[in-house]
Ligand binder design. Structure first.
Ligand code: C5P
Length: 225
């Protein structure tokens, strides 16, 4: 009799965290600052994790309509909320994929009443949000795999290589944002996959396929299959 081993009957990872969507940083009850992100890539990453038989998928997402099923769904708004949700699960996670477009800045002040417009220019003071991924990179254990995303418009490979090493990542998925590859919201994407040992330029493909290739790379990094 022939036995065929597949990833779905012998999962490598037990628990993974996937973040998705944008974060939303409030200014007043009406306004907020955010990033462009449809949440499609995170959605496909979760579906692919499920197909591969991963038991516990913690899906932490900012506001998006792309919500996968059969996951532990945690919906958040701000970078701080996302950080708190991740920290609850991080120590037991085998893999963390930070596909979320986390805002780098939030308003220094939250105005409890609507800022009324007048004829003067409005100046907002912004403060940095916690860099969640960098903190995870500092705290990760040897057997944890950490994956980041980057969206760059210039010096893309140099910026991405710096991010990979500064944030202590195992894998970085780089999106070049340009007129020919808008990435945000579209069905297809052209990405680069960067690991400490090399760079791969992928063809333009649909986001479900990008997600499958990211998981192939993670499986390869784990050295277990
Ligand atoms: O440095 P940059 O913000 O471009 O890095 C992008 C990566 O870092 C993404 O994986 C994003 O989810 C993550 N990030 C984060 N916390 C932030 C900003 C970005 O975890 N405050």
């Amino acid at each position: 009799m022939l036995f065929t081993a597949t990833a779905s009957i012998q999962p490598v990872f037990n628990k993974v965290i996937i973040t998705s969507g944008p974060t939303l940083e409030p200014i007043d009850p009406i306004r907020f600052i955010s990033n462009r992100s449809s949440g499609k890539t995170g959605f496909h990453l979760a579906n692919e994790a499920r197909k591969r038989g991963i038991a516990q998928i913690v899906f932490i997402t900012g506001p998006t309509c792309f919500l996968p099923s059969e996951v532990n769904l945690i919906q958040v708004e701000t970078a701080r909320d996302m950080q708190a949700a991740i920290n609850e699960h991080f120590t037991q996670a085998d893999v963390v994929i930070m596909a979320a477009a986390v805002c780098d800045y939030s308003s220094a002040e939250y105005f409890p009443n609507k800022l009324k417009k007048n004829n003067d220019p409005l100046t907002l003071k912004m403060v940095k949000t916690p860099d969640i991924l960098a903190e995870l990179g500092r705290n990760k254990k040897k057997n944890q795999i950490l994956v980041g995303f980057a969206a760059e418009t210039e010096n893309i490979l140099l910026n991405a290589k710096n991010k990979l090493s500064n944030k202590n990542l195992d894998l970085l998925v780089l999106n070049e944002i340009s007129l020919s590859n808008p990435a945000f919201g579209s069905e297809e994407n052209q990405v680069f996959l960067l690991r400490p040992d090399g760079i791969k330029k992928m063809n333009k493909m649909d986001k479900a396929r990008v997600a499958a290739l990211v998981w192939d790379e993670i499986r390869d990094l784990s050295g277990q299959l």
